[in-house]
Write a protein that binds this ligand. Structure first.
Ligand code: ADP
Ligand code: MG
Length: 224
């Protein structure tokens, strides 16, 4: 209970309302999902479509909730290298569906990257960015996730071999609802921007020479 009270105290009014609404939307969705699964035998194609759409609504609710909740107040020490390994494990299944291989490496072996912040929020950043990279690669290929560090920064570069981002579109990234995907929400990068700047970091998108995109996340290093 103590933990939950603290959670609630962190929320502003807007955040509290959003959390309440999210809860009210998710509950009936969970029942709907159950009933739809029960009737699956009759029309599996439609059933699967309905289940996918429900997952999509859940995803949108989570993103809106993320935007309504104010900045992190807990400052944990977060090991970026372990966090990235976890994110890769999480996304491997989706990557497989796209015939994409996620490759993770760091410049100096055994280097430890500790930053300060809220682990779940940082995780969200890399999930969003790597998902975008996967979704850009219709023809499959590899995504390189590379960690380097200087005295000041832990730097993560995510390089994909996807379709890239047209130059005139680069400046629109992070605008709410800007999406080129049929199923997109256009909220992912906005969320990343916010979380990264709350952690006093820098987020940057560039077309790499090979036609794909390189996303760079820099976060102030806390400990090595
Ligand atoms: P969504 O993924 O829901 O479309 P995002 O905010 O995550 O929303 O991304 C916005 C848009 O930026 C995407 O629709 C896509 O056009 C472009 N984009 C983001 N990352 C990449 C990438 N790695 N390669 C190509 N385009 C990208
Ligand atoms: Mg996205």
């Amino acid at each position: 209970l103590q933990g939950r009270l603290e959670e609630t105290e962190k929320l502003t009014l807007a955040g509290t309302l959003a959390a309440g609404i999210a809860h009210e939307i998710r509950n009936p969705l969970t029942s709907l999902k159950g009933f739809i699964q029960l009737g699956r035998g009759k029309n599996p194609q439609y059933t699967d479509l309905m289940l996918t759409e429900i997952d999509r609504i859940n995803g949108i609710v989570s993103e809106l909730l993320e935007l309504a909740v104010p900045k992190p107040t807990t400052l944990e020490r977060v090991r970026l290298d372990s966090l990235l390994n976890n994110v890769v494990l999480l996304l491997n299944a989706q990557a497989n569906l796209y015939n994409v291989e996620l490759k993770i490496g760091q410049e100096v072996e055994d280097d430890v990257f500790v930053v300060q912040g809220e682990e779940n929020k940082l995780k969200q950043v890399f999930i969003n960015l790597i998902k975008n990279a996967i979704e850009s690669m219709d023809d499959g290929g590899g995504i390189d996730i590379h960690l380097t560090s200087s005295n000041q920064w832990a730097k993560v570069q995510i390089t994909d071999q996807g379709g890239g981002i047209r130059t005139e579109m680069l400046e629109r990234l992070g605008e709410p609802f800007y999406t080129t995907k049929e199923q997109g929400t256009g909220l992912g990068i906005m969320i990343c921007n916010r979380i990264v700047s709350e952690h006093k970091g820098v987020l940057d998108f560039q077309n790499n020479g090979q036609g794909g995109t390189t996303v760079t996340v820099k976060l102030p290093i806390f400990l090595r």
